[in-house]
Design a protein around this ligand. Structure first.
Ligand code: IDP
Length: 143
């Protein structure tokens, strides 16, 4: 199995619900190591650029509004097959379709405010990690 890194965001709805610790616990129980983390309140420019791939989608403006509505927790997760494992722990984009016991099933109610973001492929993971963290801010367990 390949050790991978992925970018995770705990979105404003989950930060407001005070479940950062519970979500971190899900990552840790799944064998994902948190190797970088930062809390920040995204600007409209940052959120718009981060979600630029969705610029043409009808929900883009709503998504940028939501992502800037409060602080987010951003982290790099590392582990075997981290990209797929994180998405498994997150559950489906629409919480109504998310498997029981997943983060979105347990902490989100709607497709637009769905608690967490996770990179969907190695290329996007690399770009998304670099969007938020410099190399010297990433602290793997071993050097
Ligand atoms: P993902 O976050 O599971 O990878 P994407 O399809 O990449 O899902 O969508 C990015 C984000 O855009 C979602 O997590 C959600 O916050 C928002 N989004 C997706 N579909 C809709 C929609 O139909 N209405 C409103 N927001 C949506």
């Amino acid at each position: 199995m390949a050790v991978e890194r992925t970018l995770s965001i705990i979105k404003p709805d989950a930060v407001a619900k005070n479940v950062i610790g519970e979500i971190y616990s899900r990552f840790e129980k799944a064998g994902l190591n948190i190797i970088a983390a930062r809390m920040l309140h995204l600007s409209k420019e940052q959120a718009g650029e981060f979600y630029a791939v969705h610029r043409e989608r009808p929900f883009y403006n709503e998504l940028v509004e939501f992502m800037t509505s409060g602080p987010v927790m951003v982290q790099v997760l590392e582990g075997d097959e981290a990209i797929a494992k994180n998405r498994e722990v997150m559950g489906a984009t629409n919480p109504a379709e998310a498997a029981p016991g997943t983060i979105r099933a347990d902490f989100a109610k709607t497709v637009d405010e769905n608690a967490v973001h996770g990179s969907d492929a190695p290329e996007t993971a690399r770009a998304e990690i670099a969007f938020f963290f410099n190399d010297d801010e990433i602290c793997p367990r071993t050097r």
